[in-house]
Design a binder for this molecule. Structure first.
Ligand SMILES: [Zn+2]
Length: 378
């Protein structure tokens, strides 16, 4: 089967590093059904042990580190750790370059800091950033691969440098999405974070392949396992300790704490809430590319959680996903092409090499029609 859907939600068998159970259920639905967060004593014991670890090894005065953008997830995480756990976090923000970040992104990071946090802001050279993005798009069909290296590496790098051994990371992608590459010893353990499909263990040789020198990409290099062990770094998924850590819950929470959002327009942006991925616009193009590669877009991410929380039926979700997954904004595409210095025609020539031809039929340049039926498969 080219694409198979989870019987409970609309997760797909084509997602990297996923494996459905024999009864055709995706890992997140199985985790959710196992009610792994149901025993408050187990959760509390684990939390107390983690807090004790943080206090014992705290060299700097900060109890822990949280990577932030100021978006809905990081706003919720930072406030949760500070207000509910009583910890003193240091925030770390890997900023998008000035010509990529949106005003929402600028305002949201300012909003989060103004809620009472110390924050280290890191910026990379925009010229190299752009070059790495271009390379990542051409060679992987995923421009965000380069920037995700920097985003993910920045937090443990600061943790090692400041000797703050506890890192909170919001979402366990194994439990929520089915990205089983990051699955650790249990669902709170985030120490395998860099073993996702995108980060590939932090292997950066693909950046050196285009003539970039290692000394230019220090901010993109994830600490080695030895460096992490030596600094006693522990990454913990925060969602394990929260009743609900979802796109909807985090969006609602953060809007009430000052988050700036986009006006939803799902015909050109499949994020139907307008609350996620607001700090820059090019993600709109990456979500479209992901759809053409694997058959699922941004609307799928949202509805799968909503189905699990019982707020939407699978049939209602099928309608939304059929209408909106894969939609994108032509104006953003043009800006993206200008940013990485290719023409729109060249964009589609390159993108076509990444389109899953078993799933999509090409009708014209940039026009693909799915052969599969949402919720049914192919
Ligand atoms: Zn599922």
């Amino acid at each position: 089967m080219s694409i198979q859907y989870c019987k409970k939600c609309l997760n797909v068998s084509t997602r990297p590093n996923i494996k459905f159970s024999e009864d055709d259920i995706c890992p997140p639905c199985n985790f959710y059904a196992s009610d792994y967060k149901s025993d408050p004593e187990v959760i509390e014991d684990k939390l107390n042990e983690i807090k004790a670890f943080a206090k014992k090894h705290n060299q700097s005065g900060y109890d822990c580190i949280i990577g932030v953008s100021g978006g809905k997830d990081s706003t919720r995480q930072a406030l949760y750790v500070k207000e509910k756990f009583g910890l003193n976090p240091l925030l770390v923000s890997m900023n998008y370059p000035p010509d990529q970040i949106s005003m929402n992104g600028v305002n949201n990071l300012s909003n989060l800091i103004s809620l009472g946090f110390d924050c280290i802001n890191i910026s990379c050279s925009p010229q190299l950033w752009q070059k790495a993005m271009r390379h990542a798009f051409i060679h992987f069909g995923n421009w965000a691969k380069a920037t995700e290296y920097a985003l993910f590496a920045s937090v443990p790098r600061v943790a090692v440098a400041y000797q703050i051994p506890l890192i909170w990371w919001g979402e366990n992608a194994a439990a929520v999405l089915g990205e089983m590459g990051v699955l650790g010893k249990d669902l709170s353990d985030g120490n395998r974070l860099k073993y996702s499909n995108t980060l590939q263990g932090g292997n950066f040789n693909w950046l050196l392949d285009i003539g970039i020198e290692k000394k230019q990409i220090l901010q993109y290099v994830y600490p080695t396992d030895e460096e992490m062990d030596k600094a006693n770094i522990r990454i913990v998924f925060l969602d394990y300790f929260m009743k609900e850590f979802s796109l909807m819950a985090n969006g609602n929470f953060s809007v009430l704490r000052g988050l700036h959002t986009k006006k939803p327009n799902p015909l050109i942006n499949p994020d139907v809430t307008g609350t996620s991925m607001v700090d820059e616009d090019f993600i709109n193009i990456n979500m479209m590319l992901r759809y053409l590669k694997f058959g699922f877009g941004r609307t799928s991410d949202l509805v799968n959680e909503e189905i699990r929380y019982g707020r939407i039926t699978r049939d209602e979700a099928i309608k939304l996903v059929s209408l909106y997954d894969g939609n994108f904004d032509q104006e953003i595409l043009l800006r993206f092409c200008n940013y990485i210095q290719i023409s729109v025609h060249e964009f589609w020539e390159i993108a076509d090499g990444y389109v899953n031809k078993a799933l999509f039929e090409r009708k014209a340049e940039g026009v693909y029609v799915p052969k599969f039926k949402v919720g049914v498969g192919l």
